[in-house]
Design a binder for this molecule. Sequence first.
Ligand code: KG4
Length: 334
Amino acid sequence: MLTLGIESSCDDTAAAVLLDERTLLSSVISSQDTIHTRFGGVVPELASRSHLESIVSVVHEALERASVTLTDIDLIAVTQGPGLMGSLLVGFSYAKSLSFARKIPFVGVDHMAGHILSVFLEDTQPDFPFISLVVSGGTSSIYLAKDFNDFTLLGRTRDDAAGEAFDKIAKLLGFAYPGGPIISKEASDGDPQAIKFPRSWLEKDSLDFSFSGLKTSVLNHCNREKQKNNPLMVKDICASFQEAVVDVLVEKTLMAAKQHNISNIVLGGGVSSNPRLRVHMLKRCTEEQKRLFIPRPVHCTDNGGMIALAGVHAHRENSVSSYDSDVYSRSALA
Ligand code: KG4
């Protein structure tokens, strides 16, 4: 079974060809970072226009690299939501058109399901049930995954997503978009204990997140230092901010595992590329005797492979989308 996966929910145009359930024959990602970087964040209108320009060549390249043609494809899986409506519409409409013209069934996939299941693109795979932490530019959520098509949302951010917080702090410090990788690089030479930024634990036992207080606290710290004419210790600020985010992500994920008596933990989403998050999560999982599974960074970020994989499993449950189905901006899983 050959599945073509198409992803265009935010600022990456991506396509992949998956053989059966897990063998990735190709994966092509066209990043829009250079377009958005001077604005300090994703500009929705520019994102959808750029998807329009690249979708055809990205899909063709994915087919070519997999040495297949559209005639060989059995299923088209495409991100239906959540995301930016204009961006989603490009991939979704293109997938519908291919499906109609070539008489290939297509299935709309929830982007979150893609991130939760991206670990199955790797050689080492978890057993169900597992706790999934999905942290990206648009989401910070904890799920209980019981099966390939059975996810329960346990907690979510009440304001900014973790990646969004990284990007906003990066902008505040004068770094380019996307700021997450730059902050983590700066943080590697900084002292994570230098500044005591707050951790937002919310109510007892809550698995929700909130990063807006932390963001304000970093802003206040920078303003105070500027007023005193002190130079900003940028590396220490990055390290201390990152530590505050990582502490909360790790402890809430472990709390979810404890509450539901689950021993497997899985990460997904762009922020799970963060080296400090990976190291600290592994340390705490080892201490708590949990098994940790993290996809390679290329599978953490938005990609067509995870959409193809989620699509295969949705299709197996008799899921096929109709031509009058539409995209959605908020997740059905959130
Ligand atoms: O999943 P993803 O590729 O897509 C979107 O949500 O669009 O995640 C992108 C997010 C951005 O906010 C980026 O700054 C963040 O992931 N990110 C990181 C790191 N690498 C990417 N955040 C912290 N540390 C990193 N190393």
